[in-house]
Unconditional design. Structure first.
Length: 258
């Protein structure tokens, strides 16, 4: 496996109002949004001002998903060495392919997949760049944590360990909520997974974006039409806030108080 296999490399928001979402996340996280230059102007890039690095994408929720009852949501892209082989690995191990492997001209190859419990990700192999942008850092604007709420956290970890090579890091006993298992890619801790609460309708991934201050972010979430679900909660080295944006997409922020 390459060093990038199993690493989250992109985040995409599918929503019902891209203009409002661009304004909302610009206020809360500090991103700017610009057109990606596709022929139909259907895709925008979230970027951190003053850098050459995009951190995510923004597009209208497809009608086919809306008719299926899929709400606005964030989805993560995980780099793999071979998209077609990984799609088969998912199905061979009880997962599913929601959209078969296909190319994005000039960008790379991707497929939409779901783990055996139904949580969705996009597997992606980018076309190598001559001058790749610098690696993300734990600074405002980047994604600092990836969290899976699974039907069964223990078996979910076993699946991802097999397909992506993730390894266990710290495990925290959350009492009635069960075990919170953190995981690492190439020795770098990058997220956690646990059994979802009974009132959470479906298993899903969540993404924590780094902000300069969570209290300020709370104010901006509220003033922008979003809702605070939980927090601020103290976690090792930071505070976290879980929320929904004005269109109902779940996301979270992490950072110091202030």
């Amino acid at each position: 496996m390459s060093d990038t296999h199993g690493k989250f490399v992109w985040y995409e928001l599918m929503t019902t109002d891209t203009a409002a979402a661009a304004q909302f996340y610009g206020s809360v996280v500090g991103w700017t949004a610009r057109d990606a230059g596709m022929d139909d102007n259907s895709y925008q890039l979230f970027e951190i001002p003053g850098t050459e690095r995009g951190v995510g994408g923004l597009m209208t929720l497809p009608e086919e998903l809306k008719t299926m009852g899929v709400p606005p949501h964030w989805v993560g892209y995980v780099a793999v060495d071979d998209v077609d082989a990984m799609a088969k690995t998912f199905t061979d191990n009880g997962g599913a392919v929601r959209r078969p492997p296909s190319d994005i001209p000039g960008i790379g190859r991707f497929a939409v997949v779901a783990d055996p419990q139904g949580a969705v990700l996009i597997i992606f192999k980018p076309i190598p760049m001559d001058n790749p942008p610098p690696e993300p850092t734990m600074t405002p604007g980047y994604c600092g944590w990836h969290e899976l709420y699974a039907v069964d956290g223990a078996t979910a970890f076993d699946f991802y360990a097999k397909v992506f090579g993730w390894t266990k890091d710290m495990a925290m006993d959350m009492g009635a909520m069960g075990i919170y298992q953190t995981f690492a890619q190439n020795g770098v801790m990058m997220g956690g997974m646990m059994t979802k609460p009974a009132d959470m309708p479906v298993p899903a991934w969540g993404y924590y974006f780094i902000v300069e201050g969570v209290d300020t972010a709370i104010d901006k979430i509220k003033s922008g039409g979003g809702q605070i679900l939980e927090g601020p909660m103290e976690v090792p080295g930071s505070f976290v806030v879980q929320a929904t944006d004005a269109q109902g997409a779940y996301f979270a922020v992490t950072g110091p108080r202030g």
